[in-house]
Design a protein around this ligand. Sequence first.
Ligand code: 13P
Ligand code: ZN
Ligand code: NA
Length: 283
Amino acid sequence: SLVSSTEMLKRARKEGYCIGAFNVHTMEMLQAVVEAAEEAESPLILQTTVGTVKHLGPEYVAAIAKVAAKSVQVPIALHLDHCHDYELIERCIQAGYTSVMIDASMHPFSQNVEQTKRVVELAHRSGVNVEAELGKVGGVEDELVVAEEDAVLADPTECEEFAVLTGVDTLAPAIGTAHGMYKGEPKIAFSRLEQIAGRVGVPLVLHGGSGIPEEQVKRAVALGMAKMNVATELRIAFSDAIKQVFGENPQENDPRTYMKRAKQAVKAIAQAKMAMCGCVGKA
Ligand code: 13P
Ligand code: ZN
Ligand code: NA
């Protein structure tokens, strides 16, 4: 069955590796990352955005994830990404999500604390992991849009206070990464991350994982990032594979044919990310 992500992430931070958290939008994408994790003997976090939860329904997602968890040896957690809607968080927990993100980072500090605390109280009753965000991660992720000039780095003192005040299990401090692909390379504020990691003991979460070069991922992981979110690269791989099938054969009309290719493409990306996260063999 699905497990909470709390223990797997604590261990990852302690032992200095990172767990890949993959945003999936279809059953085939979910199956692709599950296969990758099983072959890599890696713990896995499956996650869905609010948009995907609304598109598929949390009960469908949870049902498929539960079947996946039963069919493999590696531990799997199911996480709700960037949610700002308390009722939806409640519904996902009821459906069987084992981890949720309350993203109130658009609000002032005190409001972010209050909203996160409320979700921590709710989630911990069911042993569900809670992630929150400080600062603002730039870029576009689903319904969440933050212009580059509006992105804000997390403040180390606020991070420390926030962790104490909320009792949050995992923290996503904005350190200069962004959702989507980068123009050139990301400018990660490593010294800022080091200061935050020095003051916050909970596992840290790296958002905007698509497009970050391997050396930078490894540096961030060495400084305390224990979960890396990957969304855009999976969607691109999935869509490009399908486009390629139709490019080769515009008459193609068997979903199994093009989904199979899409699945292989997603699996390859997931495998590469797990390798750079250092979570291979950690299940
Ligand atoms: P990318 O789309 O850059 O991989 O970011 C994913 C993410 O942070 C999901 O929360
Ligand atoms: Zn994110
Ligand atoms: Na990115």
